[in-house]
Design a protein around this ligand. Structure first.
Ligand code: C2E
Ligand code: CA
Ligand code: CA
Ligand code: CA
Length: 279
């Protein structure tokens, strides 16, 4: 038993050690990375299911690390959230994404309806006292309509917030900014809590779309998604599905009444020039 334990240790150690060092290293270099403009944004198209029109895109931040290459947000957003750097980083993402929305409009990329940009908001930003003022300020600076911006807040963050803490989101929603409940289905909200949230869109987590990949689709998964879509529509919420990877999934989700979709089947996150896409 002893040698077995020793083996496991020897195998597991270098890996977890490397992770620990790099977490520390990454945390240490985050502020400099922001000053040094090492972050960039990829845009993943959001597709209206009824007609395949590109509604807009979700802004997804990446870190172009001089030594480690391009790092995904899962590597550094939790660290930035922990240290508080997420506030200036999130501020940069918001401003850059709204600037991009203005550029799409100037280039005539959305046609008659301007393309919308979706921006992820972390819990720290949600509770920052200047959220409303800064958001309105950025929209005014770039002369972008509030309707061309949607803020995505995770279900768990929104459900945890009390009515006072939800005031800024409610205010932004009244001004016309879209609010989406991100990763829906992972945060255990109930009907009552859905009603009190200022969201106009529910983003169904990828875990639900996964069950619809197989042919025939899992009948229980179909019923669950069907039920969530009906519930959302009853409450006046639009439904966006994430993680659509196959045409079969897209067909089933359209049949179930989902309003818009996002996923590799349509397009991977990429440069802003890929918008609009043809479906
Ligand atoms: P999220 O908001 O749930 O974003 C969707 C994630 O799913 C993205 O991962 C996207 O690349 C990935 N994805 C899209 N389509 C597919 C698909 O068809 N299949 C699969 N398997 N995955 C797909 P990404 O870019 O790595 O972002 C991870 C998370 O990091 C995001 O999850 C979001 O919570 C967070 N994040 C990204 N950018 C920001 C930001 O600017 N601020 C904050 N606070 N969080 C951000
Ligand atoms: Ca999101
Ligand atoms: Ca999501
Ligand atoms: Ca997700």
């Amino acid at each position: 038993a002893k040698s077995e334990g020793g083996n496991r240790y020897a195998v597991a150690d270098p890996d977890s050690d490397a992770r620990a060092i790099s977490r520390h290293h990454l945390t240490h270099h985050l502020p400099g990375a922001l000053k040094g403009c090492e972050f960039f944004i990829e845009y993943q198209p959001l597709i209206r299911m009824a007609d395949g029109r590109t509604e807009g895109a979700e802004a997804l931040v990446r870190w172009s690390h001089p030594r480690h290459g391009v790092l995904g947000p899962d590597r550094f957003i939790p660290l930035a959230e922990h240290t508080g750097l997420i506030v200036p980083l999130g501020r940069w993402v918001l401003r850059e994404a709204v600037r991009q929305a203005r550029e799409w409009q100037d280039e005539g990329r959305g046609g008659a309806e301007p393309l919308r940009v979706n921006v992820n908001l972390s819990p720290r930003q949600l509770h920052h006292p200047d959220l409303v003022e800064e958001t309105v300020g950025v929209l005014e600076e770039f002369r972008v309509a509030p309707e061309a911006l949607c803020l995505e807040v995770t279900e768990s963050a929104m459900v945890r917030a009390d009515d006072h803490e939800l005031k800024p989101l409610r205010k932004l929603s009244e001004l016309g900014v879209g609010i989406a409940l991100d990763d829906f289905g992972t945060g255990y909200s109930n009907l009552a809590s859905l009603r009190r949230l200022p969201a106009g869109t529910l983003k169904l987590d990828r875990s639900f779309t996964e069950g619809l990949q197989h042919h025939p689709a899992d009948p229980v998964d179909l019923k669950i998604v069907d039920g969530i879509v009906s519930l959302a529509h009853t409450l006046g919420l639009a439904v966006t599905v994430e993680g659509v990877e196959t045409s079969g999934q897209a067909d089933r989700l359209r049949e179930l009444g989902c309003d818009s979709a996002q996923g590799w089947y349509y397009a991977r996150p990429g440069p802003p020039e890929q918008l609009p896409i043809t479906v």
